[in-house]
Design a protein around this ligand. Structure first.
Ligand code: ADP
Ligand code: MG
Length: 264
């Protein structure tokens, strides 16, 4: 496997991105990006605006098809797979701007998971109808529990379109958690979220990490990401500039230059 400059070798990687490429017109949004995420970590992904962070998430999670390179989740090559298939291999992502959930309450929105539910399999209805009912009520109970954890259970019956942007981000995270992924990719989870909710979110991420979920976290708020993540991967113009501890990255002249340059 080729390693980018600065990328650290990983013994137990839950996610490997190797030489990934994606261009839009003439612009290389992802330019031979190579890095890995070690199981059990909260790994940060930072870089100036337009560095290609969200594009990388789209490529990893199957929303975009790469022009070149590979993505491996749990040792399986998932390159070119559909998002639900990547989810079945244990990787879920949230969106920088949560999708509109028209005509649904917050509780209903929680239950529209990215994973295929047992009830969706037509055969299951004939083979084990009990399983369907059990798993649906289990999901409902778990959704309620997560909404309570986030202290947004009072919003459960509100239309999902009626809540604030910050609350929407919490619902987005809560529903991702319901899928119990091994790796969770969060795209700017605290952007537009008030400090109280952001603190709550930080606590939830830590708690889930302690319970075994690996995180890859894009966040513009440096204090938030430096406090939570180690290591931190720095992206610049679609390429991995370096990877290191929060301290190391903070004091790296190339990182400072990339931010001062403002990307492109
Ligand atoms: P970041 O999330 O780091 O701010 P993005 O991944 O959103 O950066 O964008 C990286 C570059 O790719 C930007 O120049 C952006 O305009 C471009 N880009 C991203 N998505 C698309 C798309 N769907 N079509 C065309 N250009 C895109
Ligand atoms: Mg982005």
């Amino acid at each position: 496997m080729t390693m980018s400059e600065g990328a650290l070798p990983k013994e137990d990687a839950v996610l490997r991105v190797d030489d990934l490429q994606k261009s839009f017109g003439g612009l290389a949004a992802t330019d031979h990006a190579t890095f890995a995420v070690e199981r059990g970590t909260i790994t940060g992904l930072i870089g100036p605006n337009g560095a290609g962070k969200s594009t990388l998430f789209n490529l990893i999670s199957g929303f975009y098809e790469p022009d070149g390179g590979t993505v491996e989740v749990n040792g399986t090559d998932v390159t070119g797979m559909e998002p639900y298939q990547v989810a079945e291999h244990g990787l879920i992502r949230t969106f920088q701007t949560p999708r509109k959930l028209e005509g649904m309450t917050v509780r209903e929105a929680m239950l529209v998971g990215p994973r295929k539910q047992p009830g969706e399999s037509f055969l299951t209805l004939f083979t084990s109808p009990g399983t369907v009912a059990e798993s649906e009520s289990a999901n409902l109970a778990e959704a309620e529990r997560i909404l309570e954890d986030f202290e947004i259970d009072h919003l459960a019956t509100q239309p999902a379109t009626d809540i604030s942007g910050g609350q929407m981000k919490l619902v987005e995270l809560a529903r991702a958690m319901l899928a119990e992924p091994e790796v969770l990719l969060l795209d700017e989870p605290v952007a537009g979220v008030n400090p109280t909710l952001a603190k709550k979110l930080k606590g939830q991420i830590r708690r889930l990490n302690e319970q075994g979920t690996t995180f890859l976290l894009i966040e513009h708020d440096m204090e938030f990401v430096m406090d939570l993540a180690d290591p931190i991967v720095v992206l610049d113009q679609g390429h991995v500039l370096t990877e290191g501890t929060p301290e190391g990255v903070r004091n790296d002249d190339r990182v400072i230059d990339a931010y001062l340059g403002g990307g492109r």
